[in-house]
Design a protein around this ligand. Structure first.
Ligand SMILES: Nc1nc2c(ncn2[C@@H]2O[C@H](COP(=O)(O)OP(=O)(O)OP(=O)(O)O)[C@@H](O)[C@H]2O)c(=O)[nH]1
Ligand SMILES: [Mg+2]
Length: 301
């Protein structure tokens, strides 16, 4: 057998664990994860290279019924990623059960006619084997093009090696498309914005996480060996600004410290991070703002 290569898009409703799985497959954190829905806003390539093959996995935003313009973009990106995939990896969430948005996912993947594998995630919370079997049956009934299904825990790693092995086997023979040390197709600038957003997602609640965008103004390697990053955290309403800033600046300071720590690890460099908070009314409804504050331009090209 020759070397295999191809594109595998990972699709599912929000919060099922798609980004968690991408990170585990790649072996490094390339996509941010949170316990809030609609964490991922872009198509993020994670590249896995083994002796047998190379897989370009695309993490995608969770497919859902959009409530605003940003939501429409997210679904468009996720559905758009289906085209051009050699294989789809559909993910469902055992813990959450089958919901209306899983039916929406099924509608899109069924009409794509692209062969698919199904990953049943979060089996670490399985109560009994019987309930897992019942869930598996229910999930399989939704999707028409599933060739194989896998019971996994993206978080704990159960079943993930086997899943990768089977995916590589299923891909066509082909050349290596990226050098073997490349693990993502996204820029460092993009990663920096995502890391900042992840800290906001982690430290805030209710509507704040969803109303936040990040815009990177400066991303420069100063000759001193320090990476200088200046970014805006953008919120939708004046009343949200003091929440991001916190009492005497405590919240923004915390976001900054945590983000800088992650950046120094990922970029392997000392980082100087400067954060500002801006208000852009209803930015999630406005095309230009959406593209700037979610780095969408690359996704829509
Ligand atoms: N118990 C358990 N939790 C998991 C597992 N995988 C992911 N999670 C949790 O599920 C939540 C959502 O994970 P994400 O990876 O951000 O989910 P996603 O599908 O990328 O979500 P969106 O980007 O919003 O579409 C996080 O709190 C994860 O820690 C798993 O195998 N078991
Ligand atoms: Mg995600």
């Amino acid at each position: 057998m020759g070397f295999k290569s191809g594109v595998v898009s990972l699709v599912g409703k929000p919060n099922v664990g798609k980004s968690t799985l991408i990170n585990r497959l790649v072996g490094e954190k390339i996509a941010i994860v949170s316990d809030k829905v609609q964490t991922t806003r872009n198509r993020i390539g994670g590249i896995v290279t083994t002796e047998k093959g190379q897989v370009i996995f695309y993490d995608t935003p969770g497919i859902h019924k959009p409530l605003h313009r940003l939501g429409q973009y997210l679904v468009k990106i996720a559905v758009g990623a289906l085209n051009g995939s050699d294989l789809l990896l559909i993910m469902v969430d055992y813990e959450d059960g089958i919901k209306a948005s899983d039916h929406l996912v099924a509608k899109h993947v069924n009409s794509s006619k692209i062969p698919a594998f199904l990953a049943i995630n979060k089996i670490d919370v399985a109560l009994t084997k019987a309930s897992l079997n019942e869930f598996t049956k229910k999930a399989l009934a939704l999707f028409e093009n599933v060739e194989k299904h896998f019971l996994i825990s993206a978080e704990k790693g159960d079943g993930v090696d086997e899943l990768l092995e089977e995916i590589i086997q299923r891909l066509p023979e082909g050349p290596m498309l990226y050098p073997e040390d490349v693990i993502t197709d996204r820029s460092s600038r993009f990663m920096a914005a995502e890391i900042i957003r992840e800290k906001v997602l982690m430290l805030t609640k209710e509507e704040i996480p969803h109303s936040t965008g990040v815009y990177i103004h400066d991303f420069q390697d100063k000759e001193t060996g320090v990476l200088f990053i200046r970014a805006d955290i953008v919120v939708e309403r004046q009343s949200q600004k003091p929440i991001i800033i916190g009492k005497q600046g405590a919240m923004i300071k915390k976001i900054g410290i945590l983000a800088r720590q992650d950046m120094e690890y990922i970029f392997d460099s000392k980082v100087f991070l400067e954060l500002f908070v801006k208000v852009r009314k209803k930015w999630r409804e406005k095309d230009n703002f959406i593209q700037d504050f979610t780095n969408l331009r690359e996704d829509l090209e």
